[in-house]
Ligand binder design. Structure first.
Ligand SMILES: Cc1cc2nc3c(=O)[nH]c(=O)nc-3n(C[C@H](O)[C@H](O)[C@H](O)COP(=O)(O)OP(=O)(O)OC[C@H]3O[C@@H](n4cnc5c(N)ncnc54)[C@H](O)[C@@H]3O)c2cc1C
Length: 275
């Protein structure tokens, strides 16, 4: 019997003739579809989101009320305890707002805790530290830091990624060969635990929690503030583009350039095909 590799497994056509035609067009002419439909729709949606976010942010922004907002988080946990801790806890942020493609069905059954903490709290240029709330995004932070001549050492590239999601989930970018993952540029985390306690976690305070929080997906508590390191931002990046023609070459070049931290501030690889 001939063994089929997954791409060779015959797919039985399903659905009515119209959906089969639509499916054929979307599969075989997807470049055209992406250029004529997806790109314009995506550009319009991007413009709408940017205007909406600016308005929402300016209405919701309240850095001076950070302590009050954290007390409100603790208050919701106290209420859950009074109700007998019946459900598990999760953040109230809707799944569609997250960058992940997973549909978080657990949000339907868990007790949702509203963590509406969007603000940049403090830039300490002398100590080179930035303090932010967990829903501050990469775009918001860059727009605030870059005009002042600063940047985070690691800036995951999509504007909508949040500090909280990148720490509790995962955060990496093309300067990570130099500075590490997003948690490696963090100095401290403030979390509210399921007991309703506010804890500052750093290498010298609650150190075990400090090292366990990254990638914990909220299982250890709700993140309410983060202190990150900042570095001076250069104005331009000199780009050097080097084509390679095999997987082995790609690995060798990527590794050598990544180890050359003095020369390269950023290393990125784009793969078009095997050769
Ligand atoms: C197209 C695409 C491009 C991407 N590009 C990059 C990239 O360039 N670099 C990169 O590093 N990653 C990238 N990612 C992945 C991204 O790192 C993850 O999705 C990450 O988790 C951030 O997403 P988010 O801010 O929407 O957080 P969410 O998905 O909302 O959250 C991630 C996790 O953290 C938990 N969490 C969030 N906030 C809190 C809080 N305050 N308290 C407790 N728990 C919390 C959530 O419950 C969830 O488990 C990309 C993803 C996609 C789909």
């Amino acid at each position: 019997m001939t063994k089929l590799v997954p791409s060779e497994v015959p797919v039985k056509a399903t659905g009515d003739p119209t959906s089969r035609v639509v499916e054929h067009i979307l599969t075989h002419y997807r470049g055209l579809f992406a250029t004529l439909v997806l790109l314009p729709v995506s550009a319009l949606y991007g413009a709408y989101v940017s205007v909406r976010d600016r308005i929402v942010l300016s209405l919701k922004s309240a850095p001076a009320k950070h302590d009050q907002k954290v007390r409100r988080v603790i208050g919701q946990i106290e209420a859950w305890k009074r109700d007998g801790c019946r459900e598990k806890l999760c953040t109230a942020r809707s799944g569609w707002k997250s960058m992940s493609e997973l549909v978080p069905k657990y949000k339907l059954s868990h007790r949702k805790i509203d963590i509406s903490l969007y603000d940049i709290l403090e830039i300490d240029e002398e100590r080179r530290l930035l303090r932010v709330e967990p829903l501050a995004t990469m775009g918001q932070i860059s727009r605030c830091l870059v005009p002042r001549g600063w940047t985070l050492p690691v800036v995951p590239e999509l504007d909508d990624l949040t500090v909280g999601g990148l720490i509790m989930g995962f955060g990496v970018e093309s300067s990570s060969h130099k500075y590490g993952l997003i948690q490696h540029i963090c100095e401290s985390f403030d979390i509210v635990t399921a007991e309703g306690k506010l804890l500052r976690c750093s290498p010298s305070e609650n150190a075990d929690l400090f090292y366990l929080i990254p990638w914990s997906h909220g299982t250890l508590g709700f993140l309410v503030a983060v202190q990150l390191r900042i570095i001076p931002a250069k104005k331009y990046v000199r780009l050097h583009y080097r084509p390679v023609y095999s997987l082995d070459d790609m690995v060798d070049v990527f590794e050598a350039e990544s180890r050359n931290k003095e020369k390269n501030d950023f290393v990125e690889g784009l793969v078009y095909s095997r050769d």
